[in-house]
Design a protein around this ligand. Structure first.
Ligand SMILES: NC(=O)c1ccc[n+]([C@@H]2O[C@H](COP(=O)([O-])OP(=O)(O)OC[C@H]3O[C@@H](n4cnc5c(N)ncnc54)[C@H](O)[C@@H]3O)[C@@H](O)[C@H]2O)c1
Length: 399
């Protein structure tokens, strides 16, 4: 495609908090893709907090700001990102779908199975590209691990361990934002970071059939109320506190449709481990493992290379042979390194590519609903202390 024939996509990012800024970063760098079949016009950052929107627009080079979502949807932008607190997603995403604009939504698309299913049905009737930010799938090393498992390089998988350890909630002074309200968030660690871990498990070994057991616990039960306009995970100096109504830690035992037994460990209070999503899969012929703290590499062991004297797990450094790498790395050489920041670039590149090529995106609203059904089953398993089949999981969350 020549420079001149590349269509220009005009973009608005709705929500200027942590995730909205990551999307702005992604759009800002989307042109890095080798042979990008699009051009990008950074039109609006949209947030009721105008001062924040202006700071974010200035930082990432967006042309303007809006405080009214409907004004953005009535404008001539082609595509929007939505990165709002979870309780706004069902309403705002429905409005975006009704506008016909292409949409890239943050996870989760709703707080409950019902909210996600309604949006999935709406998205299916839309001609727009409807993507969801399961950003870890775009890490070259995790994408390579998924490919190797699918190719049978470790034989038939039978056991897995997946985790997401984060420390954003480890400080008890962390403000009581929407994230700590079951009603506003739809779930604590189980949904906030569990969304990524459960999606990684699905990506690498396939969909979950049953949640055998789930333990949810809240360790920090009270937090100071936030000050107006606060975003992200910062501390609050307020002396007024309120209750945390969702989980800090979630531990699940699950089985996939192909019979892989997996442990899922999720914690938002893992002091000293700021952001680690990992997966280990054991199969009949070997194992693979990945940890986002060392995002530029993965480990593989295969019996096929059998030589009992010197065989063993080896570390592979990602490079241009691996998915997404060449479109996001600053230099086309193995070891240059890609991290979570580049995953936001790769996911936006994929979204824009799907728009101009008219291709459905792999992380769509159906993917988000599949993840949400596992979360729904986990809530039910935790409440009933019984195994719950995922397809039978009702919207167990009381919102
Ligand atoms: N993919 C990822 O790695 C990732 C990381 C962080 C967050 N997320 C997701 O992104 C979404 C946003 O999370 P965040 O961390 O950016 O949140 P945040 O609290 O940092 O930002 C939320 C933004 O929404 C705006 N907003 C608009 N209307 C609002 C209202 N009525 N009440 C409160 N805020 C309002 C706020 O001004 C703020 O700018 C969530 O769905 C979250 O799960 C994804």
């Amino acid at each position: 495609m020549t420079q001149a024939s590349r269509p220009t996509l005009k973009i608005a990012v709705i929500g200027a908090g942590f995730a909205g800024q990551a999307h702005a970063f992604g759009y800002r760098n989307a042109m890095m893709a080798a042979d990008a079949p699009y051009r990008v016009e950074l039109a609006y950052i949209v947030d009721p907090n105008r001062a924040l929107a202006e700071r974010v627009a200035e930082r990432y080079g967006f042309d303007g700001v809006l405080t009214d979502i409907d004004e953005a949807l009535a404008s001539d932008v082609d595509a929007v990102s939505v990165a709002l607190p979870n309780f706004l997603h069902a309403d705002v995403l429905a409005r975006v779908l009704a506008s016909g604009k292409h949409v890239f939504a943050e996870k989760p698309i709703g707080r409950t199975v019902e909210e996600a299913e309604a949006l999935e049905a709406f998205a299916e009737r839309s001609a727009a590209v409807t993507g969801v930010g399961f950003s870890f799938r775009r890490l070259p090393a995790l994408a390579a691990v998924a490919q190797l498992v699918r190719e049978g390089r470790i034989g038939t998988p039978h056991t897995a361990r997946v985790w997401y350890h984060a420390d954003y909630a480890a400080d008890p002074r962390g403000a009581l934002s929407w994230r700590y309200s079951q009603e506003q968030s739809g779930g604590g660690a189980l949904l906030d970071i569990g969304a990524h871990a459960l999606d990684a498990l699905h990506f690498v070994v396939g969909p979950v059939r049953e949640v055998g057991a789930a333990n949810l616990s809240t360790i920090i039960t009270e937090r100071p109320r936030p000050v107006a306009g606060a975003i992200g995970h910062g501390a609050s100096e307020s002396t007024e506190t309120g209750p945390v109504t969702n989980d800090d830690v979630a531990l699940l035992a699950v089985t996939t449709e192909t019979g892989v037994n997996a442990q899922v460990a999720l914690s938002r209070i893992s002091t000293g481990v700021p952001n680690s999503l990992g997966i280990e899969v054991f199969g009949s012929e070997g194992f693979v493992s990945f940890d986002s703290l060392r995002a530029g590499e993965f480990v593989i062991h295969t019996q096929a290379a059998a030589d009992a004297y010197s065989n063993g797990p080896r570390t592979v450094t990602t490079g241009p042979e691996h998915p997404y790498f060449s479109d996001v790395a600053a230099m086309p050489g193995a070891g240059v390194g890609t991290g979570y920041a580049e995953a936001f670039v790769a996911e936006i590149q994929e979204f824009l590519r799907c728009i101009v090529t008219g291709t459905p995106i792999d992380t769509d609203f159906a993917t988000a609903t599949t993840m949400m059904r596992v979360v729904g089953a986990a809530f039910e398993a935790a409440a009933t202390r019984r195994p719950v089949a995922v397809e039978a999981a009702k919207a167990a969350l009381s919102v």
